[in-house]
Design a protein around this ligand. Structure first.
Ligand code: PLP
Length: 364
């Protein structure tokens, strides 16, 4: 390697587990027994059928997913899901969809849903600059909602649900793009969970959709084929060419979670430990590191804080980069710093950032 790897705190596309990259590197020119690369093989091959089957089986093991859920592999990222969710689950129902808006991505999801039907904003704390999640008694849920849409982790604000929302009868549709598989979940409230891969699951190009069979049955007739969840379920995501290489990397990531990490309880433990290392420093120097999220709603994936001035923040980012701690600049809507520490960020990277934060505080 001419350039050594840095600790990459990018919000996405984000760092991947090193063993996954190493296996992909070993198999780059020739998959074992096949003599071609994962970028050159037919999506109709036995090999690729095996990739999707094993990935789906691994999701089922990791999440204890019952058979009533279909696993779909789609393209267009999570932003296409902002459109396909209401096309498939709201259009023609005559019911409203409830949107619980806790940050930038939830806001964007609701914009697309309004093109397909009635959106009831059950909660939106923009006025507080999205620092926290709703309390149950603040939610204005509709009695007959087609679904309730949430964003389990607001990637920009760093606000994350730590418990699964058991709010009522309507199925929860969850944008889990930036925290999918970061902890075990209780599936009961969820009708659908979707996640683009490039934050916590793999490279950009594939979006994983878990959808319950009773929601699939509601999909209206006459949708464009490639936007119709039923077609993906029926054709096992092979109606057209899926992003083969991205799916292959996602398979390797699920194997890493199962066999190297040992499942989602262990992953959660690691994630809690990593996040605590940073939040502890934030809390120790509150005048310097001003945490964005309310402590009860802090994300394990995206640690967001501001510094007293833009000059401090610029200096922080520049000095960190000199220590190979990269991509720490916060989103412009929040400002300051955002350290994205997804599943694949090793604890060594977080410890190095923590040391830097302590050192920066001593010199500030
Ligand atoms: C990144 C992100 C998106 C958008 O994903 P794309 O694949 O770029 O469309 C949506 N929701 C959340 C929570 C995200 O983090």
């Amino acid at each position: 390697m001419d350039t050594p790897r840095v600790f990459n705190f990018s919000p996405g596309p984000a760092t991947l587990p090193l063993p996954v990259l190493e296996q992909a590197q070993r198999e780059m020119l020739s998959l074992p027994g096949l003599g071609v690369s994962a970028m050159e093989i037919s999506h109709r091959s036995k090999w690729f059928e095996g990739v999707l089957d094993e990935t789906t089986a691994n999701f089922k093991k990791l999440l204890h997913l019952p058979d009533e859920f279909s696993v779909l592999y789609m393209q267009g990222g999570s932003r296409l899901q902002f459109s396909t969710v209401p096309m498939n689950l709201l259009r023609g129902t005559g019911k409203p969809a409830d949107y619980v808006i806790t940050g930038t991505w939830g806001t964007t999801a609701a914009v697309e849903a309004r093109r397909e039907g009635t959106v009831n904003v059950a909660f939106d704390n923009k006025a507080e600059n999205y620092r926290r999640l709703p309390h149950r008694d603040e939610l204005k849920l509709s009695p007959d909602a087609a679904y309730v849409h949430i964003t389990s982790n607001e990637t920009i604000q760093g606000v994350q649900y730590q418990v699964d929302p058991e709010w009522g009868a309507a199925p929860v549709v969850c944008d889990a793009s930036s925290d999918f598989l970061c902890r075990p979940i209780h599936l009961r409230p969820y009708g659908m969970i979707y996640a683009c891969a490039q934050k916590n699951l793999g490279p950009a190009g594939v979006t994983v959709v878990l959808v319950r069979s009773d929601l699939l049955e509601r999909v209206p007739q006459g949708l464009h084929s490639m936007l119709d969840y039923r077609l993906y379920a029926k054709e096992k995501s092979l109606a057209n060419t899926p992003p083969v290489f991205a799916c292959y990397i996602v398979l390797l990531v699920t194997r890493w979670l199962l066999h190297d990490v040992g499942g989602l309880a262990h992953m959660h433990e690691r994630n809690r430990k990593k996040a605590a290392l940073l939040y502890e420093v934030v809390d120790r120097f509150p005048d310097l590191y001003q945490g964005h999220a309310d402590p009860a709603c802090r994300s394990l994936m995206n640690v967001t804080f501001r510094l007293p001035s833009d000059e401090h923040a610029t200096r922080f980012v520049q000095e960190a980069a000199k220590r190979s701690l990269c991509e720490l600049k916060g989103h412009r809507s929040v400002g300051g710093i955002r350290a994205s520490i997804y599943n694949a960020m090793p604890i060594e990277g977080v410890e190095a950032l923590r040391e830097f934060m302590l050192d920066f505080a001593r010199r500030a």
